[in-house]
Design a protein around this ligand. Structure first.
Ligand code: HEM
Length: 507
């Protein structure tokens, strides 16, 4: 009660209410536009209530965000998030607070990602051929749930490119895939999300740790499957690396093999060497971090193209200038309009809407613009007490008219011909956007993901025309954790993006 009454954040503006148990968590989870509405009402800095009605700071001030992301010893993912994640992921790069990128970098360098072209192109072509067959069977035009298919394609890609593993999601062979099922049980099902809320509450009250882990046998079985498959992948990878010895052998191109190879090398200092357990922890990490994010991002590109036929035609024209059927990373990167369409999609439809950091010590946040508190006083900084959680709102920064201009809400790839100067204040690792975050814990897979998206778009947009299948406004999205597309009138159907797809008509 004392902490609550004495909090320096108590006079910050913000929405009232919020339940004792959930705070504003449910509103934030259900209504993707709510933070935008609150930003309009309270400005760039306000307070919201998280789970257990804990006060959280929401800031879309770019100077404050820079401070948070640069000072990673103060602002961390927080003990509760770490406790929950490490339960399943062990010492994953997602959990560790030290600079794990140094130990992961061998797998994510430009040269390593460049070698994945064959996998990206083959899987993209496989998806294109499946759609061509479906369209032919439906006499020239089909309504396709593009999101469901992109999910399968990106699962196959991360399986192959991540650890030389076949999910066979695009063209299943026999039984459902056990690793896919285990990951779904542990992280993606609605039961998994309810369990995460329970674990959050349990981690907040040490006494509750006496309660058994929720989920019982199904969960334990899924965890065992995850560990068993990951161990097998590691031992296969070690054996293949030893057998081949060559850096460019087909078996050695996946992220896991590159990590294993780097680990076996004498050149690597001991403190940067990963243990077997560390390497195994990256299997579910790459799957969780790299699968749905990329399929969601690619689906939003197709959605945007379906709403903007002229942009779609212009992009197709550019893609058709490449002679190759299997473009390299450098060839795809040489296409400026493709890059601009992807940037604009990642600005308007960022797959990760927000992330959270917790202050590990007291601190003072600098602001680029002062704010007025509830009592009418003006402040140019915000005092942050230790333990405060804060939201880093990707979407709000991307739609800030003070940065992007009055047309910030429009989808206009041409804006990237001349990036507004104000955008240089956005902390970023790519394209003046927060899409892949910034600072020590930026997205290590961003090059992988961009190349993968480009290969998918190259195969699909050259082959097909995409039209909206539903009236404008019918496509909405889930707010957390990934902004997946939904059909407004079919909330129970889960994530989907139906589009009318037909082969490209020659003009
Ligand atoms: C469009 C696709 C993607 C988006 C939008 C995305 C976004 C992000 C964001 C916002 C973070 C920071 C999360 C936080 O610190 O709270 C992150 C971290 C991470 N991402 Fe991605 N990501 C994408 C694709 C990928 C891919 C393909 C991989 C791997 C193959 C990957 C691996 C990771 C990992 C390992 C981290 C943790 C890094 C760390 O904490 O140091 N991501 N990603």
């Amino acid at each position: 009660l004392y902490v609550e009454l004495a909090s320096p954040l108590r006079n910050l503006p913000g929405p009232n209410g919020g339940s004792l148990l959930y705070g504003h968590f449910r509103q934030l989870e259900k209504d993707v536009d709510i933070t935008h509405k609150w930003c309009q009402e309270f400005g760039r800095n306000f307070q919201v209530r998280g789970l257990l009605n804990k006060r959280e700071l929401f800031t879309a001030d770019t100077r404050a965000l820079n401070h948070i992301l640069v000072n990673d010893s103060i602002y961390q993912k927080g003990p509760i998030a770490q406790k929950i994640l490490s339960h399943f992921l062990g010492n994953s790069v997602l959990v560790a607070e030290m600079d794990e990128h140094k130990r992961m970098n061998p797998a994510f360098g430009v040269a390593q990602i460049r070698q994945l072209a064959e996998i990206f192109n083959d899987k993209s072509a496989q998806l294109r051929d499946i759609w061509l067959r479906q369209i032919a069977a439906e006499h020239g035009v089909a309504r396709i749930d593009t999101y469901a298919w992109l999910r399968k394609a990106t699962l196959d890609i991360i399986g192959q490119a991540g650890f030389h593993y076949d999910f066979n999601a695009l063209e299943p062979k026999g039984e459902p895939n056990e690793l896919d099922e285990a990951i779904t049980h542990l992280f993606h099902s609605s039961a998994a999300r309810r369990r995460a809320v329970f674990r959050f509450i349990r981690a907040s009250f040490p006494l509750l740790s006496l309660l058994p882990d929720p989920g019982g046998k199904v969960q334990r079985d899924a965890h065992e499957t995850l560990l068993r498959v990951s161990h097998k992948l590691l031992s296969d990878s070690k054996a293949a690396v030893k057998a081949s010895g060559s850096e460019t052998s087909a078996t050695g191109r996946d992220l896991l093999s590159i990590l294993v190879k780097a680990n076996m090398s004498d050149d690597i200092p001991d403190h940067q060497r990963l243990s077997d357990a560390d390497v195994i922890a990256q299997v579910p990490t790459f799957l969780i971090a790299g699968h749905e994010t990329t399929s969601t991002a690619t689906a939003w590109v197709l959605h945007a193209l379906s709403l903007h036929p002229a942009i779609q035609t212009k992009l197709r024209g550019e893609l058709q200038t490449l002679r190759s059927e299997c473009p390299t990373m450098d060839e795809l990167n040489s296409l400026p309009y493709l890059e601009h369409v992807i940037r604009e999609t990642m600005r308007v439809y960022p797959p990760v809407l927000f992330t959270i950091r917790t202050a590990m010590t007291d601190d003072v946040l600098p602001l680029s613009k002062p704010y007025v508190d509830r009592t009418g006083k003006l402040y140019s900084t915000i005092s942050i007490p230790k333990g405060t959680a804060m939201r880093i709102p990707v979407s709000e920064v991307h739609s800030d008219t003070a940065i992007w201009g009055d047309d910030a809400h429009e989808f206009r790839p041409e804006r990237w011909d001349c990036v507004p100067e104000a955008a240089s204040a956005v902390p970023s690792v790519w394209a003046n956007l927060l899409t892949f975050l910034a600072g020590t814990h930026n997205c290590i897979g961003f090059r992988f993901s961009l190349f993968e998206m480009k290969a998918l778009l190259f195969a699909l947009v050259r082959a097909f025309e995409f039209e909206a299948a539903l009236p404008p406004g019918e496509i909405s999205c889930a707010a957390a954790p990934v902004r997946r597309p939904l059909v407004r009138s079919e909330p129970k159907a889960g994530s989907q993006l139906p589009l009318v797809v037909r082969p490209v008509r020659s003009s």
